[in-house]
Ligand binder design. Sequence first.
Ligand SMILES: [Cu+2]
Length: 284
Amino acid sequence: MKTIKIILAACILAFGFSSCNDDSDDPIIIDENPLAEFAMLATLTANNHSVEVYSEQQQFTIGYNELFLRIKDEVTDSYLTNADISWTPIMHMTEMMHSCPKSALSKTEDATVYKGFTVFQMPGNTEEYWELGLEYTVDGQTYNVSERIEVKAPADGKKRVNVFTGADDIRYVLAMMPLNAEVAVNDYSALLFRMENMMMFPEVANYKIKIDPRMPGMGNHSSPSNEDLTYDTSSKTYTGKLSLTMTGYWKINLKIENENGDVLKGEDVTEENESSSLFFEIEF
Ligand SMILES: [Cu+2]
């Protein structure tokens, strides 16, 4: 019994020492990129850092963009953790400048990855462009970087964002969340923002977004079991159910109401009126 204990202790000691040695001898390992499956849409370089911007999408596109950031220290060839980051997308237009709705940038389970979303209202063109500005603080030091980015219309040309003036004379931005459409009753959600000024777009809570999906190519038929989008406090999104009974082109006619039930934008689809002035589009 005693010998077994000694052998065991020796094993533990040997094991312990060898793993200690391994730790100190190893060079700094750069972990595999946790965003390897995403597309890198931009690299912003300054301060001996390069900020990499990733997305599941292949381009910055008008509407909702979920974005992931990593900050690489070019000197140590490693990624910074525990940075506090804020961002400001600015569109430089010929007559004015404006920003767009966006989330805060938050930390993720991977300490080197930060995450947030933007809702671009319009694409850039030859004279007008978007610039992404970042301010980040690491170890008490604050850095800035900004770079021009290319925001394009979606490749399929479908409408996923609406900028409109409500009956209350307020400008709103309404964006559809990405949807993996299936012939089924799909979870469907959207984000709504108010344009307070050129730079501030606070979220709007507790409105109602009524949906009426139609297939204009097929007698403008609808579908059963749809549920209007209502505000969900925990996710801060408007969520409901979108019923798609077949594949093809669908126009999601919308009508938006404030908390008093006043219609701010959009019309009912009737025999005489085949579409609302407020809508999203899907083709699958
Ligand atoms: Cu613009």
